[in-house]
Design a protein. Sequence first.
Length: 318
Amino acid sequence: MTFLSQRFHADLLWLQATQHLVRFLFCILGFLAVAGREASAADQGRTAQGQSGSFTKADFEKHIEQLQKKIPSKDFTVVLTPPFVVIGDESPEEVRRRSKETVNWAVEKLKKAYFKQDPRQILDIWLFKDKKSYEANCKKLFGKTPDTPFGYFSQEDGALVMNISTGGGTLVHEIVHPFVAANFPNCPAWFNEGLGSLYEQSGELDGEIHGYTNWRLPRLQDAIRKGKLTSFKTLCQTTDTDFYEKDRGTNYAQARYLCYYLQQKDLLKTYYRSFLADRKDDPSGYKTLKAILKSDDMNEFQKQWESYVLKLKYPNRE
């Protein structure tokens, strides 16, 4: 083979090797691009899910599959009621009825009135048929004895836990809390509990959820008559610890019937939206309350509100 032939042969081999290398690199780049798009889509999906709380059918199926492993007995019925999973040890028919008529109804009406986002995790609603089942299963499932005879919401356990024999009012109350957590970051306790407790006694009026007077009214009226009620400025600015630990019952009642008053004056939804929008500048909601009420003298407003509350009756569906 001549020198030129040898050179030509070597150049040809080099060119072929370069072409193979280029094709290989293009394959690698194509693979990385696809993988990157898939990872980005997955990240976006996880982010959207974490922010909006929207879950797929597969998400719920996987959750229920895991849930089945810890259900205490075959006496329990599981009903998917997005964004919740309802588990109860009453008859299957009764669990389904409560899921539809209480849970689904409350979710639909609360979202219509206030909340754009679902809770950020799939939450379980445990409906225990009586006091015995409630206390025993709280201990078995969550390792704790409940500190209320009615029910509670635990973010830590991802559960709303109810002694449903006491009625469905507490259930609607507790459904409010995970929606507040998802839609109103750092909502103060007074408004979170005021809104929740408003719907302990609720129904439907003109297609909207509507709170009625309830069992908290007599205690509030008694505190008003004895001059023991705090100012609205103090109520709004109270810490969560003080709200729950210092005269808890009266705090709940005052917060509830402030929300009730706003509802009756067709101001509650406006107040919610305004407070939510201005929460960084007004974390207590007090400035927003004054603006919504158009009141520069909140002491005078409180006198008028107390007079209004003293005229309310319970039981009464006005």
